[in-house]
Design a protein. Structure first.
Length: 329
């Protein structure tokens, strides 16, 4: 394993990668290949404008979730030698995705104000280390509930593809890793380098931090990204119902504009869609848990079991008790 020299090229972008056990190979590959293609011309894989290292506390190979292994290329050198340190996460069922030396290194980097970025579930590692306090975290919709359960005091969203928040960054993973890397390349190297990388990767245009995660919420057909973002936000706040005005403000619309958009694209009002989302969540809880009805009602934002039961029957044609009784055991 080599050590990393101090920055030898003035202004060259330097990034250190920390790979979790069972990390997501696609997210790492998209990020590092965007750097590789931006750092030179004509796909020569040179490192004229950027450099990168895979950091590790040992020389052991690190296995990705698909089984492909990657070897660290550098020890835990002074974190100030890097412009960013990127933590690539993976499967959440690993109780120890990184070792104690890695956590200590990340805390050292944070103390020295080195920007830290969590890619995929790398944000979980940063949050577990206490390094996401005061920063907004972006996670995949797939991992949103798990993040909220583990870190209820942290601000998290699952509608955007990535976020760069002062000295922290977070990314939903997958192809959005290339979008985040492209934004960093554009900031530190330039638009020509970004364009070169994207063209070789066959990406027509990088998405911005304002783009919405490509997911169809509640199987609702809607093309407008502002509408999808609103519905995803509704899905993630079924207990503490967000006022319509606040939902509208979040996507840059007035309340009337948002109501009109819902009617045009879904044929329903925002309130009706929101209630349906809450009741769909209640239906899941009825089938998957043994929680009392009043607990489920409160979990999805209803203040009384009787009102919850009435709304549930009007939506599904059966009472909550009937749905639970019919569920396979």
């Amino acid at each position: 394993m080599t050590t990393v020299d101090a920055k030898t090229v003035a202004g060259r972008l330097n990034i250190g990668f920390v790979l979790a056990r069972s990390f997501t190979l696609s997210a790492f590959a998209m990020f590092v290949d965007t750097l590789r293609l931006a750092s030179d011309e004509e796909d020569r894989s040179g490192r004229r404008f950027a450099d990168w290292q895979v950091l590790g506390s040992t020389r052991h190979l690190i296995a990705s979730s698909c089984g492909v292994q990657v070897a660290p290329t550098a020890n835990f050198v002074d974190p100030e030698r890097f412009d960013y340190i990127v933590v690539v996460g993976g499967l959440l069922n690993n109780p120890s995705p990184v070792d104690d030396d890695t956590i200590a290194y990340l805390r050292k980097a944070a103390a020295k104000k080195v920007p830290l970025i969590g890619v995929c579930t790398g944000t979980f590692i940063l949050a577990e280390a206490g390094l996401m306090k005061g920063h907004r975290t972006c996670v995949s919709w797939l991992h949103y509930e798990a993040f909220r359960e583990r870190f209820p005091d942290l601000e998290v969203r699952a509608d955007r593809i990535f976020n760069l928040d002062r000295t922290r960054g977070s990314c939903a993973g997958g192809a959005s890793a290339a979008d985040m890397a492209a934004a960093i390349v554009r900031r530190h190297i330039g638009r020509a380098a970004e364009r070169n990388a994207l063209e070789v990767l066959q990406i027509q245009k990088a998405r911005s931090a304002l783009d919405i995660q490509p997911r169809k919420p509640l199987a609702i057909e809607c093309e407008d990204p502002r509408l999808r973002a609103t519905i995803i936000t509704m899905e993630r706040h079924v207990a503490n119902v967000i006022p319509l005005q606040k939902l509208a403000d979040a996507v840059g619309l007035s309340r009337r504009q948002l109501e009109r958009l819902f009617q045009e694209q879904t044929g329903s009002s925002p309130g009706h869609i929101y209630k349906k989302l809450r009741l769909e969540r209640a239906k899941q809880l009825l089938v998957q848990t043994e929680a009392p009805l009043i607990e489920i009602a409160l979990e999805v934002g209803f203040e009384s079991a009787s009102y919850f039961t009435k709304a549930f029957r009007m939506t599904f044609g059966r009472t909550p008790s009937q749905v639970r009784a019919e569920a396979p055991h």
